[in-house]
Design a protein around this ligand. Structure first.
Ligand SMILES: Cc1cc2nc3c(=O)[nH]c(=O)nc-3n(C[C@H](O)[C@H](O)[C@H](O)COP(=O)(O)OP(=O)(O)OC[C@H]3O[C@@H](n4cnc5c(N)ncnc54)[C@H](O)[C@@H]3O)c2cc1C
Length: 407
């Protein structure tokens, strides 16, 4: 395979240690669903337990400084961890969806790292980096998705607390009835200030009185989704992240991470693309491998190219985030946009090559144990973390074509 990383003997020794940990903690047999929408509370809790075990070794936040509870590991060690966890996921022996994540999400740490006070970093980061806390990113509102600055949630200071009111949608990942430890929730703190200078960001304790969680029934998602409402919720004032009315900056640090700025070693959908190519080589149709059909070959070559571009850009962004090569402003959104365009293409390829067979999730008949059906259902769900149109606009800003960021 091209673009593989090369490792030293010491790093290969580390790989053995990681594999032993994984074998100890993975399911012995493949689990019956790869669909994150069908994660059971039992699977979720197993995933959370493993996250805490990873945290105890510094592997849940391998690249973060030890003083905040991270592993203080270099990029090669992080890459080994990412490769080994991708391998076990491919075998379907790892709890699915977010509780199966093996590295803390930068969505939850970036704002705090960039704008939290030193005291806040020492208070909150160890809980995030050790896997002790699990939270929902609660940004989107019924009337404020792409245009996040139009949010209507409010936070009004009252002594030692802020009183929070508002509703967020498409939130979180955990299966009912599991609720988060905190809600990462931006709200308007100065209704008279201009847009972008009127918002503050909070880590609201997830179990305060006045918070209501309502499950949302979506066609496809990377885990169960919730509508969350706060009605006169008394959030302790020390849960304000960064300064009051500077929350827009905090959320932007988060969105930069969400839009691919950190890079990846093994991109989302990559193993599915490669496994599908193998499937076509090894599955007979009318007595010949599916891959012998020239139309199929055309499609597979195109998928392979797109997959390898995603892989290269993921590695480039990873190297940039590690400070190995200089950063460019557009690279995160470039990769995110490419991934969002690739998703429908992959879904269409499955339909063109497999026909209605790709639509079944029957345990006996489903192709690649349901992964194909799930991708077909997920193919056009490209809203997560900003729509393709949004990524296009941000990419043009990064190239200096659109208006400057922050205006
Ligand atoms: C599966 C899933 C998981 C999600 N998880 C979370 C989560 O955990 N936390 C969270 O806070 N949010 C989450 N979201 C919400 C997601 O961030 C929003 O869906 C997204 O920001 C788009 O907002 P919207 O759905 O309100 O669409 P809208 O903003 O209403 O957009 C509708 C359409 O108009 C287009 N459009 C809007 N403005 C422009 C413009 N200026 N120029 C050109 N086109 C434009 C959009 O591209 C889109 O096609 C999730 C969404 C999904 C589907």
């Amino acid at each position: 395979m091209d673009f593989e990383l090369r490792y030293t003997e010491t790093q290969e020794e580390f790989r053995k240690e990681v594999r032993a940990f994984i074998e100890e903690n993975a399911y012995k047999e493949p689990i019956t669903t790869i669909d994150p929408m069908r994660v059971t509370p039992e699977m979720w809790n197993k995933g959370r337990e493993i996250q805490r075990k990873l945290g105890a070794r510094g592997w849940y936040a391998p690249g973060y400084a030890k003083e905040y509870g991270g592993g203080g590991l270099d990029r090669e060690h992080r890459a080994v961890l990412a490769e080994e966890f991708a391998r076990i996921r491919e075998q379907r022996r790892w709890p699915a969806a977010t509780a199966g994540s093996t590295e803390v999400s930068a969505i939850h740490t970036s704002g705090l790292m960039s704008f939290g006070t030193e005291e806040q970093k020492h208070r909150f980061l160890p809980r995030l980096l050790s896997g002790e806390w699990y939270g929902f990113q609660a940004f989107t509102e019924p009337d404020a998705g792409t245009d996040e600055a139009s949010m209507k949630s409010t936070a009004v200071r009252d002594g030692d607390v802020y009183i929070i009111n508002g509703t967020k949608v498409f939130i979180g990942h955990s299966p009912p009835p599991i609720h988060p430890d905190y809600l990462y929730w931006p709200a308007v703190t100065d209704p008279n200030a201009p847009r972008h200078e009127n918002i503050s960001a909070f880590f609201i304790p997830g179990d305060l009185p006045g918070i209501t969680y309502t499950p949302l029934d979506l066609i496809a998602a990377e885990g169960s989704k919730w509508e969350v409402t706060c009605e006169d919720v008394p959030c302790p004032a020390d849960r304000l992240i960064g300064e009051e009315n500077k929350g827009w900056l905090v959320t932007q640090a988060t969105l930069a991470a969400e839009h691919g700025g950190g890079g990846v070693v093994i991109p989302h959908r990559s193993s599915l693309t490669l496994r599908f190519i193998d499937y076509c080589k090894n599955t007979l149709r009318n007595g010949k491998p599916i891959s012998k059909d020239p139309m199929v070959q055309d499609i597979l070559v195109q998928l392979y190219i797109e997959d390898r571009v995603t892989r290269l850009w993921g590695l480039r962004n990873f190297a940039m985030a590690q400070g190995q090569i200089p950063r460019l402003r557009y690279t995160g959104t470039q990769t995110a946009l490419h991934g969002k365009r690739f998703s429908p293409q992959l879904g269409k390829a499955f339909m063109d090559i497999l026909g209605p067979h790709c639509l079944t999730d029957d345990p006996e008949l489903a192709i690649l144990v349901g992964a194909v059906e799930h991708q077909v259902r997920l193919a056009d769900v490209t809203h997560i973390g900003g729509t393709p149109e949004t990524q296009q606009i941000m990419m043009s800003r990064g190239l200096g074509l659109g208006r400057a960021a922050g205006r």
